[in-house]
Design a protein around this ligand. Structure first.
Ligand SMILES: Nc1ncnc2c1ncn2[C@@H]1O[C@H](COP(=O)(O)OP(=O)(O)O)[C@@H](O)[C@H]1O
Ligand code: SF4
Ligand SMILES: [Mg+2]
Length: 348
C-alpha cells in the first residue's frame, strides 16, 4: 500500500437546496518523496476532497465515505482526538491566502512556535530557536529579527514562506498545498515552487499540490489527477498526461494555459461555458454540456451514461473517463494542430 491511499472517497453536503456532491468516488495513491498534482477549474471538488484527509469535515454536516489510509491508518475511522494529533504533525496544509490562515494579533514567530509546541515537549526558548532555524531555511532574511514581526509586516511571498515553515516544522510525511501560489506574482510563484521542491528532497515528504494551472503541475508533479464535477476524469504520470491526454476536458485545460505543450506561439483557447453546479451536475458525462467531441460517440451515451475510469489507449498506468473510442487519434489530428502547430512542424 502506498504511503497515502485514498479509496472511493465520497463527500456530500446536504443543503436546503439539495445535496452538493463535492466528491464522487475519488481514488488515488501517493508515496513519500512524490508529488501529486490535483487540477481542475474552480468548484471541481479539489479542496473539499483534500481537506477530508485532515478531517476538516468533522463537526460539519458533511456525509463522508470511503477510505483514506495514511501510513496504514484509515483517517476516516479514527476519533477526533487522534486526527487532531496527526494534524500539523503527520499531515499539514498550506493555503492560497496565508493572511487568512494566520492570526493578525500574534507575531509570525509565536504562531510557528505554537505549532511546534503542540507536538513537542520543549521550552519556549527551544521552540523559538527551532522557529528561527525554519524561517532561515525557507529564505526569510534576518530571521532572528523577523521572527517578531506580525503577519501584515511580511510581503505576500514572505507570508507564504512563513506558512511553509509552519507546515513543515514538525516534519510531516504529507503536505497538502492548496493553490499555494495563486495569489502571488509570477516571479515569487516560481521561487515558492522551487522552495517546495527543495524542501521535499530534504524532508522526503509526499506533496499534494492543488492548482487550476497545468503549468504548475508540469513543473512540480510526478502524477496528475484531473478533476471535473467532483470526479477524477484523467489520472496518471504527468508525462503521460501532458503528452498523451485522452480526455477532452484535459485537452481544454491544456489549450487554455500557455506553453505547457511546448509551443510559445500557440493560441490560447478557453474552455467554453462554465463548470457545473455540484447540486445538479449534468447527467451522463458531466462535461458533455461543454464538450466539442460528444458527437463522435454513438447514440446518446455522453448524455445518459457516466463513463467509467478505464485504462488509456496509450497504456502506461494512465486512466481516463470518456466514451470516445479513439481519443489518441482525435487528439493528434484535431486538438494538437490547434494548440501546438509549431510542435507538429518540428516533428515534420
Ligand atoms: N460546507 C459546504 N457546504 C456545501 N457545499 C460546499 C461546502 N464546501 C464546499 N462546498 C461545495 O463543494 C464544491 C466543491 O468545492 P471545492 O472543493 O472548494 O472546489 P475547488 O477547490 O475545486 O474550487 C463547490 O460546489 C462548493 O460550493
Ligand atoms: S464522454 Fe463524451 S462528453 Fe464526455 S468528454 Fe468524452 S466525448 Fe466528451
Ligand atoms: Mg479550492
Amino acid at each position: 500500500m502506498s504511503f497515502l491511499s485514498v479509496r472511493d472517497l465520497v463527500v456530500h453536503f446536504p443543503t436546503v437546496d439539495g445535496v452538493v456532491k463535492a466528491t464522487e468516488g475519488l481514488s488515488y495513491e501517493l508515496d513519500r518523496g512524490k508529488t501529486l498534482g490535483i487540477v481542475g477549474e474552480s468548484g471541481s471538488g479539489k479542496s473539499v476532497s483534500s481537506s477530508a484527509i485532515l478531517g476538516l469535515h468533522r463537526g460539519t454536516n458533511a456525509q463522508v465515505s470511503g477510505e483514506i489510509f495514511l501510513d496504514g491508518v484509515d483517517l476516516l475511522k479514527i476519533n477526533d482526538e487522534s486526527i487532531r494529533r496527526k494534524r500539523g504533525r503527520e499531515v499539514s496544509m498550506i493555503f492560497q491566502d496565508p493572511l487568512s490562515a494566520m492570526h493578525p494579533y500574534y507575531t509570525v514567530g509565536n504562531q510557528i512556535m505554537e505549532a511546534y509546541r503542540i507536538h513537542h515537549d520543549v521550552s519556549k526558548k527551544q521552540a523559538r530557536a527551532r522557529t528561527i532555524e525554519m524561517l532561515e531555511r525557507v529564505g526569510i532574511p534576518q530571521p532572528d529579527r523577523r521572527v517578531d514581526d506580525y503577519p501584515h509586516q511580511f510581503s505576500g511571498g514572505m507570508r507564504q514562506r512563513a506558512m511553509i515553515a509552519m507546515a513543515l516544522i514538525n516534519d510531516p510525511g504529507l503536505l497538502i498545498a492548496d493553490e499555494p501560489t495563486t495569489a502571488l506574482d509570477v516571479t515569487v510563484q516560481a521561487q515558492i515552487l522551487d522552495l517546495l521542491q527543495d524542501l521535499q528532497r530534504e524532508f522526503n515528504s509526499a506533496i499534494i499540490i492543488i492548482t487550476h494551472d497545468l503549468g504548475v503541475v508540469a513543473e512540480m508533479a510526478d502524477d496528475v489527477l484531473v478533476m471535473y464535477a467532483g470526479r477524477a476524469v484523467e489520472y496518471g504520470p504527468t508525462k503521460e498526461i501532458l503528452v498523451h491526454p485522452e480526455m477532452p476536458y484535459t485537452w481544454g485545460l491544456l489549450s487554455s494555459v500557455p506553453d505547457v505543450v511546448g509551443d510559445t506561439d500557440a493560441k490560447l483557447i478557453p474552455i467554453r461555458g462554465n463548470p457545473p453546479s455540484l447540486l445538479s451536475p449534468p447527467p451522463g458525462c458531466a462535461f458533455h454540456t461543454r464538450c466539442d467531441h460528444r458527437d463522435k460517440v454513438p447514440g446518446d451515451l455522453c448524455r445518459t451514461t457516466v463513463p467509467e475510469l478505464t485504462p488509456a489507449r496509450a497504456g502506461g498506468n494512465h486512466t481516463k473517463r470518456c466514451h470516445l473510442a479513439n481519443p489518441d487519434e482525435v487528439y493528434a489530428t484535431e486538438v494538437l494542430p490547434e494548440i501546438a502547430p509549431e510542435t507538429l512542424e518540428e516533428q515534420g
